[in-house]
Structure formats: C-alpha cells, structure tokens
Ligand binder design. Sequence first.
Ligand code: ADP
Ligand code: MG
Length: 234
Amino acid sequence: MVNFDLKIQVMIKIKQVHKSYITGQNSLHVLKGIDLEVGAGEMISIMGASGSGKSTLLNILGILDNYDSGEYLLDGIKINRLSERKAAQLRNKMLGFVFQSFNLVSFKNAMENVALPLYYQNVPRKKRNLIAMEYLERMGLKDWAHHLPNELSGGQKQRVAIARALIGKPKVILADEPTGALDSTTSLEVMDILQEVNSTGITLIIVTHEHDIALRTQKTIRITDGNITEIIKN
Ligand code: ADP
Ligand code: MG
C-alpha cells in the first residue's frame, strides 16, 4: 500500500520562547511565551505596534540573537546558544535577510553587494560576480550593476538587497519592514517580487506595519506586548 504523507514540512517551530533585555539594573520582558509554527514554503506576516517585540522575534528566528527559555527548531535543527561560528554557518546555509534600511555596503556597487555572501563562502571573484549578475538580471537591474547604492532609488536598493538575500539559496527569508522606507507603488512592486520568490518554495516571514502588505501574505500573526494575540488567514 502506498503511504501518502500529506503533512506539510515544518520549517520553523518555536515553543514558549521568552526573551528579556537586561540594561544595568533593569530587565525588560519583551517576548512572553511565543508559540509559532511556519510550514516550508509558507509566506506569513507579523504585525504589531512599535515596541511589541517584532524585531526581537525576527532576530531570534534569524539566529542573530539568543532567547532566554523555550525552544526553537529551524528545519528540524535545534537552535540554542550556538557558537558564533555555528550560528554564522547556519545563517549562510539557511537564511536570507531583508531590512527596511536595505543595509547595502555604500562603497560597493550593486553587483558587489549582491555577491557579498559568496565572498564569505570563498567563491572566487569572477565566479561570484557572474552569479550576482544573474540575480540582478532576475530583479531587472542588470543595467544598474555598476552603480553605487546612493545612485539607486529606494525600490532598486531593496531589489539589490533581495538579490543579495537570494544568492546564498536560503530556505527562509526574514524581512523586517522591507517596504517601510518605500512609497506605496514601490512597496507593491517589492511585494510582487517577494511573492515571486515565495512561489519558488522559499519560506518568507515579513514584519510590517501596513495592512495592505500583510494582506499579500497567506497568514498574519499579531503580536501585542510580547504575546501572539491573533492569527488571521488572509
Ligand atoms: P518592534 O520591532 O516590534 O518595534 P522590538 O523588538 O525592536 O520591537 O523592541 C521591543 C522592546 O525591546 C522595545 O521596548 C525596545 O525598546 C526594546 N529593545 C529592543 N532591542 C533592545 C536591546 N538591544 N536592548 C534593550 N532593549 C531593547
Ligand atoms: Mg522593529
């Protein structure tokens, strides 16, 4: 008998995650027992007021920060107080990042910015630039390859950042307010690209303030004061 396994593979699973920031004598309890499961290939959004803990959660998912208690499994791998070396290895292999402020290197051109993750993987310059050009072309930016970030529009900069996130062939892309610095038309263009990226099977988690951006994802998680208070299917 054929055994059909229709269960969607879980990409991200966090259970009862708590996180506090300690500054001097003060402790700020930011995440208060977060449970979240994201399936492989899902595209979800996280909404919540400023200061509710969205970036803190995304940083934990991105292995950029530790959590205090609970559990985090990324593609079945237990993520907990890893050495910086191991964390960097997993980030390179599994994750891509997109930020509101683009985080491009100002003195490197678009092609070099996209190629940067391959530099850290010791891919020779000629080869990494060639691959970077393919990703820029996919973003419609081939003609802008030799321009510096300050010669690009906001939308172009974010497309460079998305190409840079994709070049390491990540399983998950984490985007913290990727349209937060863009006008509404450009925001929708960037969302088109992110949806296209998701359609290739990459799991996408997008933090956003904007309802129309959240509506372009399959599911919206609302965080209120460090707790998940609502999960909406869009
Ligand atoms: P959001 O992204 O939802 O706006 P954050 O996760 O950035 O919220 O921040 C949640 C709370 O934690 C805020 O009160 C913020 O000031 C505080 N916070 C964030 N990062 C740090 C840090 N590195 N040290 C101390 N407090 C922090
Ligand atoms: Mg934030």
